[in-house]
Write a protein that binds this ligand. Structure first.
Ligand code: SAM
Length: 288
């Protein structure tokens, strides 16, 4: 396990992922009923963008830095942007960047529950320090340190709280990680068909991404799924990270409605070379 998210925190992929995560949870918050969020690959929750690892790649300068400097940010993004700004007060600089667990914890209400899995033991310890200790409602947050997120998905579904979401964000360093995600979704949707499942994936070769999307669409329990793909440049060279995508099973209606606003704003902002574009399409269920 060599992957360290601190090299990539706040990059274009985090911005897309966290903007859409925020939109999904905002929609789940609209009903009083509690929700449960399982973050299967949580990372450490908070990243120092002035730290050695983030400075080495400076990926955040092409991601969150651009968003924080942008004008006329649409309302659909202001909750997420404000959350990052609040972490950087009073300097109004960009030093701290929240991971998916920290952002989720910010959106948690008294009645909601958050379960965080992080396999790397040191990272799991940091996660507990960064997230649990910062939140007065931390009894609603469980850190399953050292736990395999895929195994947790199997063990914890169906959850007692019926509404909720599973965020699956693996490092994609191993060649079998797409297959692991497909297996986890096959099993998860058998146990908990009504849950929302959100998967982040890299796009090097768009054909690989399409094959993954098709495999999920073919799962028997999946009746509603959509994919949102962002290219930060044309994908001629498939050895590079040319973009990323998010796959949603049972996507929240409000997030789907906000997609064009969010992605039309983010795509030119996060563009790195010619050929940047985004697209979304239903894989199963609703028509475009
Ligand atoms: N979701 C985080 C965020 O948006 O802030 C970033 C997660 S990072 C892409 C992937 C994390 O998964 C790494 O911290 C890695 O140590 C961890 N990891 C790798 N394999 C895992 C597994 N099978 N179960 C749980 N965590 C795993």
């Amino acid at each position: 396990m060599n992957y360290r998210h601190s090299y990539h925190a706040g990059n274009f992929a985090d911005v897309m992922k966290h903007a859409l995560q925020w939109a999904c949870l905002s929609y789940l918050q609209q009903k009083e009923k509690p929700f449960w969020l399982l973050d299967t690959h949580a990372g450490i929750g908070m990243y120092d963008l002035q730290g050695e690892q983030a400075q080495k790649t400076a990926e955040w300068e092409l991601g969150i830095k651009r968003l924080l400097q942008a004008e006329d940010v649409p309302e659909a993004l202001t909750g997420y942007v404000q959350a990052v700004r609040d972490l950087n007060l009073p300097e109004d600089s960009c030093r701290w960047y929240p991971g998916s667990p920290y952002l989720a914890a910010l959106q948690l209400r008294e009645q909601d529950q958050l379960t965080l899995c992080e396999l790397h033991p040191e990272d799991a310890q940091l996660l507990a320090e960064n997230v649990v200790q910062d939140f007065p409602r931390s009894q609603r947050i469980t850190v399953a340190g050292g736990r395999n997120g895929f195994a947790a998905l199997k063990a914890l579904t169906p959850p007692p709280i019926k509404r909720g979401m599973v965020l699956i964000d693996p490092p994609f360093e191993q060649p079998d990680e797409f297959a692991q995600v497909i297996n986890a979704l096959a099993d998860g949707t058998k146990r908990w068909a009504n849950g929302t499942y959100v998967v982040w994936y890299p796009i090097k070769d768009p054909v690989v991404a399409s094959e993954f999307q098709q495999a999920v669409a073919d799962l028997p329990q999946v009746s509603k799924a959509m994919a949102v793909d962002l290219l930060i440049r044309g994908a001629q060279d498939s050895s590079r990270l040319n973009g990323c995508g998010m796959l949603f099973i049972n996507p929240p209606y409000g997030m789907v409605q906000q997609l064009p606003t969010i992605m039309n704003f983010l795509t030119p902002l996060l563009k790195q070379e010619r050929g940047a574009e985004w697209q979304s399409h239903w894989l199963v269920g609703e028509e475009d």
